[in-house]
Design a protein around this ligand. Structure first.
Ligand code: SRM
Ligand code: SF4
Length: 560
């Protein structure tokens, strides 16, 4: 299938996928083995396609090594949740599974879904079966396939929003792998070790799936809440005369890079033209097929669509796309993004109902003394008649609330110490961080656990400078892979080593311009030292036209 023209050997994962009998590998036997909490390296690659990763608690590594025990293995499981929508019933099941079968917390991700951490090997099946009872799954939440499809969670419950969401959900279904391995292994128990293998058809992916992960998002201007230019494939809804006319298509976005490897870089997607809504699946499927056939299967650090496009050129890509489609894209239509921020607090919708946007720092849902987020949301789920929408900024929208229920929800939030969650500084409300330590095997530094103190330190500066109500985006990750999309933040902090961060400045607030590296390996105090004078200058020297911090950094030469 691959037309990739290189003599280099294929990466190890390619052989693995090919031999996996459509993602079955020896998973059945591995999960039957109760002598270890781990699975084989090969199977650990395959479980990603099923939505879960082998991890170990890195806080416990030294102690376990000292005691000559195996690492504290467990799994992170990611739910597939197109557009981030879930029902109260689904919420309650995940809440319970987190308590009974995982680490007791839920984590909202930057792609609008849930992660459970600390799922022991023996709990994988019960968790997946529990999810299955409320029609949730984790298929293709990770792996070399189209991942969780993003869609705007927040704006009005309008007909257009609904259409865009349905289109995103439809595309998620369309681009799912067709293998029955997930159901056989985790739900039906049909395939025991060595059992008969029934060949599956994978018309879109073939036997070796994609060279690398693939990400799709739908945006509805003026909000770029899904960070559309960071997606491999983006659909920007164009509304004319109050109706959905179609989508501008963009391709080749991505964030991941590696320190010290100039061949890897974050890239903004290119807008390549306009299509009508009925052509979304056909176009999206064709983009995926081109990446399947031309993506670099020899080097996983060079295997995303962004590199395929940069290696061959966008003109080649559009030509190949239109050749396969048999029709040409129309010229892109005008659109404008003005924000990425989630609306917080109560908002009235077109249909007369309300939604409540709730800020949740780093998307971590847990209970702490005086701050019982998990219990509060459980209670809300027990009385809620609408749905929940997870946002790309790791926040939550409680959507479809009637006048009668508003006061009840407010009372629950207040009783659990959450009345003022949205009354934070503009910096905190626009902060994201990735999970990083202790679970992420790739973390070079802390992120989620470091962010609260960093924000507290910067908030002192922000308050003194009179910037409390100014939205400034700050995103922190524990390594350069870019899971909190740090290269699209006005202030980006990227882990370099334990306690050390690279500082990036100057992205546009609405996610249309990447930031620039301005300092390497700063400690936490050095980050504050470096940002404090700049924030103070911003307070007094910004233009009177609402100049954003990222734009200010460019104008005053703070960015290279
Ligand atoms: Fe990510 C790998 C967490 C969004 C780029 N990401 C990982 C892993 C699975 C680590 C691993 O491979 O062992 C992390 C698990 C940590 C943990 O303990 O939970 C992880 N990524 C996350 C999440 C949970 C961050 C968060 O705090 O919310 C996000 C889950 C999204 C989801 O629900 O599907 C998450 N990851 C992203 C994003 C943002 C996005 O997609 O909008 C990116 C940048 C966009 C992109 O893909 O270019 C991202 N993650 C990566 C990469 C680098 C990919 C690359 O092309 O270089 C890796 C490493 C890899 O794939 O080798 C990675
Ligand atoms: Fe892990 Fe790096 Fe992603 Fe953070 S950015 S979750 S440290 S892979």
């Amino acid at each position: 299938m691959s037309e990739s023209t290189t003599a280099k050997p294929l990466s190890a994962n390619e052989g693995l996928k090919a031999a996996s009998r459509h993602l079955r590998g020896t998973l059945a036997a591995d999960f039957a083995d109760t002598t270890t909490g781990a699975i084989s390296e090969e199977n650990a690659q395959l479980t990603k396609f099923h939505g879960f990763y082998l991890q170990d608690d890195r806080d416990l590594r030294n102690e376990r090594r000292r005691l000559k025990q195996e690492k504290a293995y467990s799994f992170m499981l990611r739910v597939r949740l197109p557009g981030g929508r879930c029902t109260p019933q689904q919420w309650l099941v995940l809440d319970q599974l987190a308590d009974e079968r995982a680490s007791g917390t839920l984590r909202l991700t930057t792609r609008q879904t849930f992660q459970l951490h600390g799922v022991l090997k023996g709990n994988i099946r019960p968790v997946i079966r529990g999810m299955h009872t409320v029609l949730l799954d984790s298929i293709a939440a990770c792996g070399d396939v189209n991942r969780n499809v993003m869609a705007p969670p927040n704006p009005e419950r309008s007909a257009v929003l609904h259409q865009v969401y349905e289109q995103a959900r439809g595309f998620s279904e369309f681009a799912l792998p067709r293998t029955r391995a997930y159901h056989e292994l985790w739900i039906q128990d049909e395939l025991v070790s060595g059992g008969e293998f029934r060949a599956d058809e994978e018309p879109l992916y073939g036997a070796t799936y994609l060279p690398r992960k693939f990400k799709t998002g739908f945006a509805l201007p003026p909000s770029n809440d899904v960070d559309i230019f960071s997606q491999d494939l983006g659909f920007i809804a164009i509304v004319e005369d109050g109706k959905l006319a179609g989508y501008n298509v963009c391709v080749g976005g991505g964030q991941g890079m590696s320190h010290g490897n100039a061949k890897t870089y974050p890239r903004l997607a290119d807008v390549i033209g306009f299509i009508t809504p009925d052509r979304v699946n056909e176009l999206g499927g064709t983009v995926i097929a081109i990446q399947r056939d031309f993506g670099d299967r020899t080097d996983r650090k060079h295997a995303r669509l962004k590199y395929t496009i940069d290696d061959r050129g966008i003109t080649w890509f559009v030509g190949e796309l239109e050749r396969r489609l048999g029709w040409a894209l129309a010229p892109a239509r005008p659109y404008a993004f003005t924000t990425i921020t989630d609306p917080l607090g109560w908002q009235r919708c077109d249909d007369g109902s309300w939604f409540y946007g709730l800020h949740i720092l780093s998307g971590r849902i847990k209970d702490a003394p005086g701050w019982a987020m998990k219990s509060a949301l459980r209670e809300i789920a027990q009385i809620h008649e609408g749905d929940f929408r997870l946002t790309p900024s790791q926040n939550l929208t409680i959507s479809g609330v009637s006048d009668a229920r508003k006061a009840q929800i407010e009372a629950i939030l207040a009783r659990h110490g959450l009345a003022d969650e949205n009354a934070r500084t503009g910096l905190r409300l626009n902060a994201l961080s990735c999970v990083a330590l202790p679970t992420c095997g790739l973390a070079l530094s802390e992120a989620e656990r470091e962010l609260p103190q960093l924000l507290a330190d910067l908030e002192t500066v922000v308050e003194e400078a009179g910037l409390r109500h100014d939205a400034i985006s700050i995103r922190m990750t524990g390594c350069p892979n870019g899971c909190a999309r740090p290269y699209l933040a006005e202030i980006g902090l990227v882990g370099r080593a334990p306690g050390k961060y690279n500082l990036y400045l100057g992205a546009s607030f609405e996610g249309t311009r990447l930031n620039t590296l301005v300092a390497e390996s700063l400690t936490h105090p050095q980050v504050v030292e470096r940002l404090a004078p700049l924030l103070k200058r911003y307070a007094t020297e910004r233009t009177s036209t609402g100049e954003r911090f990222g734009d200010f950094c460019h104008r005053v030469g703070a960015v290279g």
